[in-house]
Design a protein around this ligand. Sequence first.
Ligand code: SF4
Length: 330
Amino acid sequence: MIDRATLPEFHTALASWFAANGRRGLPWRDAPTPYAVLVSEFMLQQTTVATVIPRFKGWMARFPDIATLANATEAEVLKHWEGLGYYSRARNLHRAANAIATLHCGIIPSDPAALRSLPGIGPYTASAIAAFAFDKCVPVLDANIIRLAARLANFESPISTAQGMASIERISTALLPPTGGRAHTSALMDLGSIICHAGVPDCLSCPVKSFCKAQSPALLPVKPPRKKTTEVVEARSIAASADGVHLLQSAGPRWKGLWTLPPCTDPEEPVVTITHAITRYKVRLELHASAAEPHWTLFPLDNLPAMPSPHRKALALALQKIGIGSASDF
Ligand code: SF4
């Protein structure tokens, strides 16, 4: 833990580094309105910054404020989330907008406890919104900050336990400045991502190395061993013609409300196969040519509803292969 007497020097070193090296071009950071921060935090929960930036801009153009989002239909919301995956986030963001509109007069609360009462907002997201949108000095425990805190304090116990995370929270709380939570949190995140990254960190370039107690930083934080990847095959049907493609709406829980290629109960030779990863599963998605069943719905190819990304990608490849469309149509 950093000595309280030297904490102001730590903050100065961190702030100087951040002013010169902090990440630029993050629209939610350049204009951190509470709504922009709320949207960005939902999008960033399981998606990379590079993927989120263009999608965030599109989202803000279509749903510029809480009222517009609250008044949209779920189908519109899902359609604009397409490609980001983990659609429960889109549903929760929509529900959170409705709760803010009805219970908070359309004003996003600044208190982490009030934020946590909204759909889809857990302790991490509540703290991130409090810090980035409202400049509060609260610990924000994302992967970069957890790694940095564990190394600064040479915390050698596992972080996978409640006790371990409570210790990391105490270390991060002790690092907080009296004011300026937004810049402090952004600086810690960027330092953790750019210098004190996973694997072997760049300690020689580190602006806070004189405060760091890590003995073997590459071994920190201590994590449980990774779970083995399991391979699964998912067989789906493609019933398509120039009139369109037949889809089936998912009843959930996975992909609830999205339109999917219908399950195939009698797989033969697949038309196309793609692989994608979901958590610890490696999924081989096979598309098999099938006749349409009565309960499937026909959609024209130029007006498809919101679909899971792997299904849309596999459909594009299959249509290209059977000569109905080109992959660039999607
Ligand atoms: S000195 Fe090395 S381990 Fe310590 S905070 Fe800096 S980069 Fe991380």
